[in-house]
Design a protein around this ligand. Structure first.
Ligand SMILES: [Zn+2]
Length: 303
């Protein structure tokens, strides 16, 4: 009898530990699956937090190793010019309170494929993506900046979403008082009045993202056209703001544009583009355009 009782007591704790581990495992699996289903995402760890609750993804084209981008006569590599403007843009936007996420560490030797860059952008759920590049042309007289958006963007998350407490959720319904959203496999509701300013509604339909990308391109064009040392590719805005099926814009679920800051193949323009003060001026003009796009600063227009 004593032997049997002893056996029963030593069996019980082990049984409970196995059950506890089992429950924890199920809980972890359910958490993972529901987060995947609902597209929720914790704030990416590589976001540099600002103060204005707007996240900008900055992408500096190419890298210092495998894909250096274009090469100018004289051996100036595109990635270096891209890094110069991207670093200045990052500093400028940080000083203006934006959250920043960078797709490839600048001036670092880091390499990232376009797929990896898209993943970093998407994990950060940014409000806008700016990709920095520099142009070349066989005709060395060609010069000027261009801004590219992608009208062939297709929706990755088609629908209305809500950003709330650093997470993004799919909106299921909305009325005058509440926004209903999917979280952890169930529907939750957010009181619109008491949460004013704590959440952001985002429209991730393709048409909305394309419209927003065009608006951002326009706003950045309007501030870049005031630069004294560089002008648009042509005097016709329609030929400066160009529509191209860019992979990075196609693979990301936010509004986004690419800025080609100028032509490296034009000798006089290259001399201006390698100048650090000019790189800062380009970055400042892009930042002014971003401020306008988000209705920040004095030049407020409807967005
Ligand atoms: Zn490039």
């Amino acid at each position: 009898m004593a032997k049997r009782r002893k056996k029963r007591y030593s069996f019980k704790p082990r049984f409970f530990i196995i059950i506890a581990v089992f429950i924890l495992l199920i809980f972890a699996c359910v958490k993972l699956i529901t987060s995947l289903i609902n597209n929720t995402d914790t704030a990416a760890s590589n976001i540099i937090q600002g103060t204005n609750n707007i996240t900008i993804a900055i992408d500096s084209g190419h890298d210092s190793k495998t894909d250096k981008g274009a090469v100018a006569p004289g051996g100036v590599y595109e990635y270096k010019l891209n890094d110069g403007v991207a670093k200045a843009l990052s500093d400028e936007l940080k000083s203006r309170g934006y959250n920043i996420v960078i797709t490839r560490a600048l001036n670092s030797g880091e390499e990232k494929t376009l797929n990896e860059r898209a993943l970093i952008v998407n994990e950060a759920w940014p409000d806008l993506l700016i990709s920095i590049h520099h142009n070349t042309n066989e005709d060395v007289s060609v010069k000027g900046f261009t801004i590219i958006y992608n009208s062939q963007k297709t929706a990755i998350y088609d629908g209305q979403y809500i950003k709330y407490k650093n997470q993004t959720y799919k909106v299921t319904n909305k009325d005058d008082s509440y926004i209903y959203y999917q979280s952890g496999g169930s529907e939750k509701k957010l009181d619109i009045k008491s949460n004013a300013g704590n959440y952001k509604l985002i429209d991730l339909t393709a048409s909305s993202l394309i419209t927003k990308s065009k608006e951002a391109a326009n706003d950045i064009y309007n501030s870049m056209k005031n630069l004294s040392f560089i002008s648009g590719l042509t005097s016709n805005i329609d030929n400066v703001i160009i529509d191209q099926n860019l992979q990075l814009m196609r693979q990301t679920h936010c509004a986004g544009i690419m800025v080609e800051c100028g032509f490296m193949t034009n000798e006089s323009e290259l001399a201006k583009l390698i100048n650090e003060d000019n790189q800062k001026a380009i970055a400042k003009a892009i930042a002014d355009g971003i401020d306008n796009y988000f209705n920040i600063g004095d030049n407020k227009e409807s967005n």
